[in-house]
Design a protein around this ligand. Structure first.
Ligand SMILES: CC(C)(COP(=O)(O)OP(=O)(O)OC[C@H]1O[C@@H](n2cnc3c(N)ncnc32)[C@H](O)[C@@H]1OP(=O)(O)O)[C@@H](O)C(=O)NCCC(=O)NCCS
Length: 185
């Protein structure tokens, strides 16, 4: 009998240690830590993320509480990215259904340009494939070049352009759909 993916998904480790970065699953108790980095990066994040226009501690808290509930439901897992004890941003999977899910991410501006997100996505995708996902998707607004560069660098396949797929503050953006299968080389 097949084991439901939800049970396998709940086997995701709370911590994914790597050579440089440690990913730790976010909890509502991390709200102040996340807010303290997201807030000063508002201008950096806002062009591409729907929640970054007016970061508030209460909103961050509510978001992390909902991701904890969604983790229990088997649909989302969001990890904070730490380096030498310092929190730098998030990488997570959402929309997990059946055998697939979508990875999303952001970094504090000063943490970019050094391969950290490429490393973080690699760690998360490995864990996701280990618990049984077969297909990971990454959707990036066509104009978000640094975001598109991450799946491209990691050998994801560009499957096409989804028209008006991403809405940001009332403006609709076409999105590149990147994918990687557990069976991909
Ligand atoms: C998307 C985002 C996380 C990408 O950050 P990034 O720093 O470009 O990505 P990485 O951390 O993987 O670093 C890659 C860069 O480091 C360089 N690099 C240095 N050492 C590296 C290594 N060992 N491995 C890979 N890249 C390395 C790469 O050349 C690249 O630099 P370049 O763009 O000048 O060529 C960041 O731009 C961001 O947070 N943007 C705002 C939020 C956002 O858009 N989120 C995505 C929504 S879909």
């Amino acid at each position: 009998m097949d084991i439901p993916i939800r049970m396998l998904f709940n086997a995701l480790p709370p911590e994914l240690p790597g050579p440089r970065l440690t990913l730790r699953r976010l909890r509502s108790s991390d709200a102040e830590t996340v807010f303290a980095v997201a807030e000063p990066n508002r201008d950096w994040l806002q062009p591409w993320l729907p929640w970054a226009d007016e970061p508030k501690l209460a909103t961050t808290q509510a978001y992390l509480e909902s991701t904890e509930r969604n983790f229990e439901a088997g649909t989302q897992a969001h990890y904070g990215i730490w380096e030498a004890g310092e929190y730098l941003g998030n990488v997570g999977v959402q929309g997990v259904v059946e055998h697939r899910g979508e990875i999303g991410y952001w970094l504090a501006k000063r943490a970019t340009g050094a391969g950290r997100m490429t490393e973080a996505v690699t760690a998360l995708q490995t864990a996701l494939f280990e618990v049984g996902l077969r297909r990971i998707e990454i959707l990036c607004a066509v104009g978000n070049l640094p975001s598109n560069a991450v799946p491209k660098r990691l050998g994801y396949t560009l499957e096409g352009v989804l028209r008006d797929r991403i809405e940001l503050y009332g403006t609709f953006h076409d999105a590149n759909l990147w994918s990687r299968l557990s069976a991909d080389p």
